[in-house]
Design a protein around this ligand. Structure first.
Ligand code: ADP
Length: 506
């Protein structure tokens, strides 16, 4: 039997994925299970526990005891690093099975999930290297005091993640949190919890003390309960802007810190010279920006600004390629685009397309569910190119999170930049040009956290990823993210031994 046949849908049917609390695999206290739906077949494929308040309480309690008891934060950094490297090795050993689970659960291509899983250990290796480098500093040349800082872990971290890249988005939070000495309770999205539940088993294999990493499952209310727990010191969230704001309010009630990685409506900007130099590369980059992962990525290059002189030529080329994108089973290797992750979301995406057409956009490609009978059970939407969009339409302002590209022509760089920045979001942008001055000038002026020049949708553990405006708060990835999981303590040591006036400061 081939590996894919072993790990394909038949292998998992009806499988119960359990939560991990204090190192133990557990069902929900209520005994309640939810079906997880395979978006390609439109049928249940696995069972997921539905946590209640007592499960949340136990998970946070386990993380809190593991933190305050010193089992993790008190361990020497180099030992924490070693366990994190063990974890990375375990991920590598289980990468294939975890990729299948994610692909069946959220409908994203097995190719993409396998690529993510192959890269996942890098997050744990990189941040393992930080575990023994949490240095403070000695301050000033004060003769009366020796003053120094210590960088200490913030405590219990709640990680709340969406369904589109469950284990990758968890790694953005978990790897630096573990390196800092924090303990973690993760709550994956109800639509795709299975991989995070399965992943938790690797901690025991890697030799982690119980309670360092706990996973609970269930709907948004479980996340809200987790955020509200006063023993949680920090919430690291990825998801929609609306939910992120709710999370920030919940955390503010007990002054837990938050980092939020939220929505986007990223401008993807194409200057004529890039199309003249290498049209195929531009088409490829633009398609990757919007149709990869069926458009279900926060960084999707959803607003395409095209210089007017190449507008029609580029739209025709994009439309021609979009109509040949192979839709199908995400587990099959030559499929290029899978289904939308769940039915209600598919309806939302179709609603946006209709709204765009009603507002005057032209459908250059796609625009509906595909006709093919083999795709009828899955939640498919054709790769859609809407042309002659203007920046005031809903399809240019709101995050669709699906395979819908809104094309906006431009003639003047500064007017285009004003429009590109006229968005409530500020996550990412792409710029295609071979003019080196223009590339840097435009990159500097875009009010976003990441700019790709002549590329799109690249991410790495060592490069900061941060959203501006309504796209987020705080930094993920790169060395700066360690500040999100640590807090400074200042220590003052009196050196003179002189008696001080008790009624004056210092
Ligand atoms: P999506 O990413 O599908 O747009 P959300 O942003 O609502 O959806 O969901 C992202 C994550 O946030 C999921 O794990 C979800 O269960 C969780 N969540 C939803 N509502 C809340 C809430 N009020 N408090 C905390 N977590 C929530």
């Amino acid at each position: 039997m081939t590996a894919s046949a072993t790990l394909g849908r038949e292998n998992w049917r009806g499988r119960e994925f359990r939560m991990t609390i204090n190192g133990e695999l557990v069902a929900a206290a209520s005994g309640e299970w939810d079906d997880s739906i395979d978006p390609f077949t439109g049928t249940p494929w696995a069972k997921i526990p539905v946590a209640n308040d007592s499960d949340v309480d136990r998970a946070v309690g386990a993380a809190h005891s593991a933190f305050t008891g010193g089992a993790w934060a008190g361990m020497p950094g180099k030992t924490r690093a070693k366990l994190m490297r063990n974890l990375a090795e375990r991920i590598d050993a289980h990468a294939q099975e975890l990729s299948y689970i994610e692909s069946i659960d959220n409908g994203k291509l097995l190719r993409e999930m396998s690529g993510q899983m192959a890269g996942l250990p890098e997050w744990y290796y990189f941040f393992a290297g930080m575990a023994d480098k949490l240095n403070g500093e000695t301050i000033g040349d004060d003769r009366a005091y020796l003053k120094y800082t210590q960088r200490q872990p913030v405590g219990v971290v709640a990680s709340i993640t969406p369904w589109n890249s469950p284990l990758l988005l968890l790694a953005f939070k978990l790897a630096p949190a573990l390196a800092a000495g924090c303990t973690v309770v993760a709550k994956p999205a109800e639509q795709a919890s299975a991989s995070t539940l399965a992943f938790a088993a690797l901690f025991e294999e890697a030799g982690f003390p119980p309670g360092v990493f706990n996973v609970i499952a269930g709907p948004g209310a479980v996340g809200a309960r987790l955020v509200a727990d006063r023993r949680v010191s920090k919430v690291a969230f990825t998801g929609s802007t609306a939910t992120g704001i709710r999370v920030a309010h919940g955390a503010a009630d007990h002054l837990a810190s938050v980092s939020l990685e939220l929505g986007g409506k990223s401008p993807h900007i194409v200057f004529a010279d890039a199309v003249r130099a290498d049209r195929a590369a531009v088409v490829n980059g633009v398609l990757a920006g919007i149709f990869a992962a069926t458009g279900q990525t926060c960084v999707a290059g959803a607003r395409l600004f095209v210089e007017e002189s190449v507008h029609d030529e580029l739209v025709d080329a994009l439309a021609a390629r979009a109509t040949t994108i192979r839709l199908g089973d995400p587990l099959v290797s030559d499929t290029e685009m899978g289904p939308i992750a769940f039915e209600a979301h598919m309806e939302k995406v179709l609603g946006y397309i209709d709204a765009g057409v009603d507002a005057g956009a032209e459908v250059a490609a796609g625009g509906k569910r595909p006709d093919s009978p083999e795709l009828a059970n899955g939640y498919f939407v054709e790769p859609t190119v809407l042309s002659r969009v203007n920046n005031t339409m809903a399809v240019a302002r709101e995050e669709i999170f699906g395979p819908v590209l809104s094309v906006i022509p431009f003639t003047d760089e500064s007017t285009m930049l004003a429009e590109a920045n006229d968005s409530e979001y500020g996550l990412a942008a792409g710029v295609w040009t071979n003019d080196i001055r223009r590339a840097h000038r435009v990159a500097a002026k875009l009010d976003v956290g990441t700019v790709w020049v002549n590329s799109y949708r690249a991410l790495a553990y060592d490069t900061p990823f941060a959203g501006r405006k309504m796209s987020g708060l705080g930094v993920e990835n790169g060395l700066d993210t360690m500040r999100e999981y640590t807090q400074l303590k200042s220590v003052w040591v009196e050196l003179t031994g002189k008696t001080r006036d008790p009624f004056s400061l210092g």
